[in-house]
Design a protein around this ligand. Structure first.
Ligand SMILES: CC(C)(COP(=O)(O)OP(=O)(O)OC[C@H]1O[C@@H](n2cnc3c(N)ncnc32)[C@H](O)[C@@H]1OP(=O)(O)O)[C@@H](O)C(=O)NCCC(=O)NCCS
Length: 158
């Protein structure tokens, strides 16, 4: 299992395709109250503090996550997804663990994310708790959560 940035056009295509199908079309599709068109060129994707990553199993891209490294020891996980055929087999758990290691290696002591209701039990099982973190979503159908990933107590702003 590998978690790393996309390196080829094919890998970037998979990255965007998985996010679009597994998250945008499912939770922000046309007709939904939170319609949002997926834009692969969105400026946040090019922010050098934000790390678009793919998760590979046996060389196949099966998942995506973007890890935004914030000041004050915080990381935000964005658009966490395992592609449909590979869901429910423990692979999301492995990707989450690797993503936490990736964030920790870049100075994060805390991880924040906005969970869709379907995925809330997944995050709760892995130590995330509801928290009104700074910069959380204003979409009231999602649940902002947070997890401490170091044993050092962190002083958090709001
Ligand atoms: C949420 C997700 C990343 C979890 O990865 P996974 O490999 O399926 O998860 P694991 O096999 O390690 O763990 C299983 C748990 O994941 C959750 N899960 C499984 N399939 C899911 C799905 N289609 N959608 C949401 N959560 C799911 C369940 O809590 C499941 O626990 P259960 O078996 O007790 O019901 C993955 O299912 C997914 O990409 N879902 C669609 C996109 C999504 O909802 N992303 C989260 C955005 S915040």
């Amino acid at each position: 299992m590998v978690l790393r940035p996309p390196r080829s056009l094919g890998e970037w295509t998979r990255y965007h395709d998985i996010r679009k199908r597994c998250i945008f079309n499912k939770y922000h599709g046309k007709g939904s109250a939170h319609y949002f068109k997926y834009d692969p060129g969105y400026r946040d994707e090019r922010d050098p503090a934000n790390h678009p990553l793919i998760f590979l199993a046996d060389g196949v891209v099966i998942g995506t996550i973007r890890i935004d490294v914030r000041p004050e020891g915080r990381a935000v996980f964005r658009l966490v997804a395992i592609d449909t055929p590979w869901q429910g087999q423990g692979l999301g758990t492995i990707m989450l663990e690797m993503a936490e290691n990736y964030a920790r290696a870049r100075g994060a002591g805390v991880v924040c994310l906005n969970s869709v209701p379907d995925a809330y039990s997944f995050y709760a099982r892995h130590g995330f708790n509801p928290a009104r973190w700074d910069g959380r979503t204003r979409n009231e159908t999602e649940i902002p959560v947070m997890k401490q990933i170091t044993s050092e107590p962190m002083q958090l702003a709001a």
